[in-house]
Design a binder for this molecule. Sequence first.
Ligand SMILES: [Zn+2]
Length: 144
Amino acid sequence: MAIIAELDKKAWNRWVKSRPVVVREICRRLPPDRLYRMKSTGQRVTLYSYSEEGSVTVNITGEYNAIVFDRQVFGIDPNDLEECDLPPSDEPIGTMLTEEKDVNALIDSRIEMLHQNGEKHNHARCRLCSARPTSESQSLQKSD
Ligand SMILES: [Zn+2]
């Protein structure tokens, strides 16, 4: 198992004590100085924050994974995390896209692919949806 950060135990314990029971419970199970594996995706993650709803927010970065872009994911079930080792030295790691515009272009192209396949997607962000009025907005215009 990998310890990835130095934790000031005294300060940490003091902080944990000041948190609601739900958070204290997660803090005990998942200290922030470790590397974890998300069982559902296999990605290595570090802890970003603990939520009073009983979930955690994690960082997924190219420091411990081979990924397209670094991100944070919230609402992760603590049961989905298990401590893990550092990536083996022969495993490629890193972040493909580090420029925000490249990340945005990738997200936009994925949304357009979903749009074209008729799958559920983020209409507010979809360039194809905003290119022509939806049937809903057309009928609204008619009733005006
Ligand atoms: Zn669309």
